[in-house]
Ligand binder design. Structure first.
Ligand code: SF4
Ligand code: SF4
Length: 391
């Protein structure tokens, strides 16, 4: 490509971004509805607390909610805590079509939106996403004709905007955005820990999305909570710049400071977490140069972390024929790997063993690995955890 052509292309992409037709009033903080508070035995979503969180979020001027067909109990909770309580045009609601977790054919995949509409009572979805695209499921979305399907849903007014959430590398992202230029936005896992991580490719994916002129919705800005429980040395780096800033603020502000980011989803699980996030996102300020340097020092420290990079999303557990609590086992193993407390790690593992099956019941079917958005070698890691933690 000549320099003139490249300049022309950049100009066209900038214009496309400016005219992308997406709402311009979306707040920088989005409410992710995957990790909602649960009642005592953790079997049911705590609607009372969720409603209070919704009230706080809307009162603070935010408006974007993100659920999914496959998040257990989340869509019905969105109905009770949000849809039934607020005018439909006072918020944006996103949900997702998943073609690889609970459905086995095209008809089932195309039916999901009608179940989602019924569960939420939302009448339409503002944002609709093809969910969790990775190298091993991309072909399914193609084979079922789901790209044309979401375009048709938009024409019919059932959805307002469509995009996809993505868990693979920049090559596939570039391919999808080249083959489907009509896609309006992309949802990416983006946080300072994974920024240069070769298995997550946050930065490379971000750059590809921007090259195609797409806006970005950020997921996992705190890596499923892992960027709250960071090592003491990393906390000290942050505190040396701002002793009052909550640790979570660094992850959310890092993501929200990037150009082209529409909103940053935080999967909040309590009124306290909501209050904390609102305290620094309500009057959001992008990171300054000193803060960016602190992030770089913390990236260096976390780069040497020995822990398993599981975000606790539980996409794997629904696939496991043996009912093995994979993320709980990894949490136990991380007590040893990250904190060096082998006795406490063994205790946590023993507790899991008393409650049900653990790693030694794995039959190596690999269903979990196919579903894991972090691409973890789950079978190998379970073997390692079992060897480390069995008394
Ligand atoms: S490989 Fe093991 S842990 Fe993974 S789904 Fe199969 S039985 Fe479960
Ligand atoms: S192992 Fe993977 S799929 Fe399972 S909870 Fe962790 S990150 Fe999610």
């Amino acid at each position: 490509m000549t320099e003139n052509n490249a300049n022309q292309k950049n100009l066209e992409q900038t214009q496309a971004a400016a005219n992308d037709g997406l709402p311009t009033d979306i707040g920088k903080l989005g409410f992710g509805l995957m990790r909602l508070p649960r009642t005592g035995l953790k079997t049911r979503i705590d609607i009372e607390q969720t409603s209070k969180m919704v009230d706080m979020f809307l009162d603070a001027g935010f408006n974007y909610f993100d659920t999914a067909y496959v998040y257990p109990g989340s869509e019905p909770a969105a109905k009770k805590a949000l849809v039934d309580r607020y005018p439909r045009d006072s918020y944006y609601l996103a949900t997702k079509l998943n073609a690889f977790m609970l459905v086995r054919n095209e008809k089932g995949a195309k039916q999901e939106i009608y179940t989602s509409l019924k569960r939420t009572g939302a009448q339409y979805f503002d944002f609709y996403l093809l969910h969790g695209i990775m190298n091993n499921n991309y072909q399914k979305y193609e084979k079922y004709g789901l790209w044309d399907y979401v375009a048709k849903l938009k024409e019919e007014g059932v959805i307002r905007h469509y995009g996809f959430s993505f868990h693979a590398g920049p090559e596939l992202l570039d391919q999808i955005l080249t083959e489907h230029p009509d896609v309006e936005f992309v949802q990416l896992q983006l946080n300072y820990r994974d920024w240069n991580d070769p298995s997550v490719s946050s930065r490379a994916n971000y750059e590809v999305a921007r090259k195609h002129g797409k806006k970005i919705i950020v997921m996992e800005p705190l890596k499923g909570g892992k960027l709250i429980n960071i090592p003491e040395a990393a906390k000290k780096e942050f505190q040396s710049v701002d002793s009052d800033a909550p640790i979570a603020s660094w992850g959310l502000r890092f993501a929200a400071s990037l150009d082209g980011v529409l909103t940053v989803l935080s999967g909040m699980s309590s009124v306290e977490q909501m209050a904390e996030n609102l305290s620094f996102m309500k009057d959001f300020k992008p990171l300054n140069s000193e803060e960016i340097k602190a992030i770089a020092r913390v990236q260096e420290i976390l780069g040497h972390s020995a822990g398993i990079a599981c975000t606790g999303c539980k996409y794997c557990t629904g696939q496991c024929p043996k009912g093995i609590p994979i993320p709980d086992i990894f949490s136990a193993e991380n007590i040893k790997l990250e904190r060096g407390n082998t006795a406490a790690a063994k205790q946590a593992y023993e507790k899991l063993r008393q409650a049900g099956p653990v790693a030694d019941e794995c039959i190596h079917c690999a269903s979990c690995e196919r579903a894991c958005p972090q691409h973890l070698p789950i079978i190998k890691l379970l073997e390692q955890a079992n060897a480390d933690l069995s008394a």
